[in-house]
Design a protein around this ligand. Sequence first.
Ligand code: SAH
Ligand code: SF4
Ligand code: F3S
Length: 470
Amino acid sequence: MSDKKITETYPPQQQEYISLLSDILTDRYHTSAPKAFVHTYGCQQNVADSEKLKGMLLQMGCVLTESKEEADIIIFNTCAVREHAEDRVFGNVGALKVLKRQKPSLLIALCGCMMEQEHIAEKIYKSFPYVGLVFGTHVIHRFPELLFHAVTTGKRRLERGYDDGKLYEGIPLHRDGSFKGWLPVMYGCDNFCTYCIVPYVRGRERSRSAEYILSEARNMVASGYKEITLLGQNVNSYGKGLTEGIRFPQLLKSVADIEGDFWLSFMTSHPKDASKELIDVMAENPKISTHLHLPFQSGSNQILQRMNRHYTVEKYLEIVDYAKSRIPDLALTSDVIVGFPNETEEDFQQTLDLIAKVEFTSLFTFIYSPRVGTPAAAMEDPYSHEVKAERMGRLLKLQEEISARRTASMVGKRYRVLVEEQARDGILNARTHGGVVVEVSGGTDLIGTFQTAEITEARNFILRGKLLVV
Ligand code: SAH
Ligand code: SF4
Ligand code: F3S
């Protein structure tokens, strides 16, 4: 498949709906600036999609609000990756009933990954009659048209389930941050790990043409962005299907070559496709973050095979060792699942062994959650939730010890940091190039600037530092 066939420009028809909506929404809400509340669940892919929804809403004349109570339009962009994520959405949508009763003109829309599962979308549509619009990830570019129909006909609408395999460029965009920004390089996932719903709700892998990515990155740098994160479910398979013949390490290098003082990060990398070439590009380009997020999921080869991950523990350790040898101060983080169907105590011990060996900076830990329609959901599993929770407790304790050791080893060293936000009065959160948070004293005028910090103290996983004038 060539990129020419999959890349489409934003349909002018949608832009027309945007223009029409600015008058229609003004009449409906008796204000020239209706308020829109957009809440995002899940991963950065959803955050990036919400930034498009916000871009479209702003062009319709809306303003964004943080308050559901004030809002004229409420959108929940949902995540389906674990049951817990879905439960929160069900609870929060239930709570909107009161708001809709108080303000009948309120428009409630649900979108995102949960809506791409037929049984969930239908359950939501039936259980919450006050939800006016339900749409899936594949039709996000048609949001103006769908909103237009919802407000002009007053009829409810459910639109989901058709992946046209296209990739739309030029959708309006409003970034949440002014100095840190996401830059999607690919969409979808073809890996079908047996536990994971993402390939079903996000569709097939599609890579954006490097030309668009580079031009967006240049614009970000020119408008003062200090950190750009390239995004994809599996960035290492970037380039598949493109005629340009470019792969991820070259893309990463091309973005790093853009002139300017900025940091470049990326996520997520799949170990089966993480190459030495990728590590070399990281090692040789000082703008590229020293943080590598490389999910291993399990330390047992037997479980990895049943997860359909296509690598072994040995292969994982080989790439980790190479990265450690090439990148001083490498900060490795990972995702791990505890309690995959029929994971034995021995399998779990192997996960602990891997964690002890690699010494991750931090871990994102999940208890396995069966997802309807995935192969793992049909696998036998004799282990109870209690057993899994107890194992999770042991894993967290081990990682706490490792994290404490790692942060303690940073005391006395100097790091370049990006100041990100105010933590509390007079205290700011800054982040090292490896993504580790350091608390420093300073005024809010420093937010969004690079500084140098010396680490003075490590307590309860929080690093304290002082800013140096260099
Ligand atoms: N594409 C990324 C991550 C996608 S989801 C990757 O491949 O690494 C983020 C994490 O959620 C996964 O890495 C996995 O650890 C976890 N996860 C996904 N499905 C899950 C499930 N059914 N139960 C528990 N954790 C799950
Ligand atoms: Fe899910 Fe695996 Fe794809 Fe990651 S690589 S999104 S875990 S199927
Ligand atoms: Fe969730 Fe969808 Fe991301 S399922 S983790 S929001 S791709």
